[in-house]
Ligand binder design. Sequence first.
Ligand SMILES: [Zn+2]
Ligand SMILES: [Zn+2]
Length: 236
Amino acid sequence: MARLTFLGTRAEIEEKTENHYYHSSLLLQILHPYSFRLVIDYGTIHSYDLSILKPDAILITHAHPDHYIWTKEEANNATPVYLTIETLEYGKFFPVNPHIFYPFQWFPLGPVQILPYRVMHSVRCPAVGFKIQLPDDKVVVYNPDLVDIIAKENILPGTDYYIGDGSTINTNLVRRKGENFYGHTRIPTQINWCKKFGIENIIFTHIGKNTLSKEDTFTEIYPEAVLAYDGMKIII
Ligand SMILES: [Zn+2]
Ligand SMILES: [Zn+2]
């Protein structure tokens, strides 16, 4: 059994609401076989103090400041921070205790196994998502910012919980540069990926302006998915 807490669910936008005030960040708490607390992403606007939350580790998806405080600010905390070399080199500041991982290579972290995978999102700040296998073999994927998952036919099968990019429902936020696409794909596209790969639990974080404007009717139109809000907890 594990508990997910959405510490923040807001995208890098001007708009903020009570439900989407803090930058997207997730706390995964494992209770068995021993207690382990993992935070994914730590942006400049956060609801918590790391010295009080005391995670065992932090995973970083990419160096945009809504995901990685060290792009803009110093944060002196000895928690191990797991990130790609590109993210570490992009930041203006550096975590005290950095650990480098490589996309498409599984690594163990406490009682969980992590597979970082490449997603298309940004030229300057190459991003990853995480496939996380829990001690009871449940699988969570977390990719809060993306246009697409590279080789998603290898990543998405076997996933129990998809946590995706809630930036937009129907506004196009994709830019093309040469062969590559950047920005944010739409929620319905991600729901289709989940249907294709048989993923039953679909949650969106990183709520953007377009999605905010349609939040009231979201459940009616997309009953198969949930929009996370700041402080939302689920037991999986
Ligand atoms: Zn973002
Ligand atoms: Zn980003």
